[in-house]
Design a binder for this molecule. Sequence first.
Ligand SMILES: Cc1ncc(COP(=O)(O)O)c(C=O)c1O
Length: 390
Amino acid sequence: MKKPTRVNHPPDVELPADNRPLVAPIYQSVKFEFDTLAETERYLRGERPGFFYSRASNPTTRQLELLLAELQGREDCLVTASGIGAIAQTLLTLTKQGDHVLCFVETYNPTRYLIRRLLTRFGVTHTMLSIEDLAGVERVLAAQPVRLVLFESPTNPVTKIADIAALCRMAHAAGALCVLDNTFAGFHQHGAYAVDIFIHSLTKYASGAGDVMGGAVIAAGELIRAMRADFTVLGGTLDPHSAFLILRGMKTYFVRYRAQCASAMRIAQLLAAHPAVGRVHYPGLATHPQHALAARQMQEFGTIVSFDLKGGAAAVRRCAEALQLFALAASLGSGESLAVTAQMMGQRELSAEQQRLAAITDGTIRLSIGLEDIEDLEADVRHALDITAA
Ligand SMILES: Cc1ncc(COP(=O)(O)O)c(C=O)c1O
């Protein structure tokens, strides 16, 4: 073999069957081959397991899919290049012209964009309600066939809690699929409810380091099998190296999530006691209007704490600029604490009534609580609020 040939066919290094790495290798390969054409053809006819082309499947991304499915309490999973990719591909795969989708004002802005702009272009109609309007949900489901109900809990940014059992019951009675973007609650929560499809942004708690993007769709094996071929040609595949980084992040998922939730509770309590703050949104507080529902549905109340400053936009500006440890940046779920102001949230496409339902005021700030020492975080928030109130 000449050297230019050799560099394209490097020596094999085979591990003995009784000798395994504790961390699975990254299969950073687009292509996989079988020993013979006959076996290749058997694979392509679906008669044997294996891997062929990484846009369709890859051992590293598959390991992540199996882990996430198990954590969320479902049979199977598809991972994607981003969270919004998971939502877009799910919507495109499950809907067709003439279908109707039920969604909510409190849903992540780009998800609403997908439904309003993209699906509408393809003849899929929608109704957008408040997540608290269960009577409205019942009415819409009775008025026409609905393909799917898509919601979040807790919602962004004001942590409203969806009544998951009621939504699943009503959706199923009407023959609709129940789809929950469970990013805020995490992989270990809500699995006991009859949700058909869980969606996650892996960019958040799964990676935990804020250095990689990804998404996941988790459901019963039959549903995932029905979606897999469409996902493969839509092409938003997760890269194996990103899957490896997310798998690495998952090792510390539970300790991180629980520590961040404990800190979030302390920050929520601090905010609630400060005179500059009009209202705190955190489902762990007994004063949260849906605290009882949250306590029934969740073991942890999440790492997002939002609050409304009494002084409106001017106070937000003073407070946001006084925060030292909280970066003014998008996203959530990683080690560093973050703050997003109402002015950064961009809800301009909502009507005045929908903005009222979304409950974001000029004075709203959303905090994503990270992994810093809680006393440092408390001192930072207290200092910023004192400056705001001065
Ligand atoms: C609830 C929720 N769903 C989906 C997404 C989209 O995820 P990604 O940024 O990974 O595309 C986000 C991002 O912030 C989110 O907060």
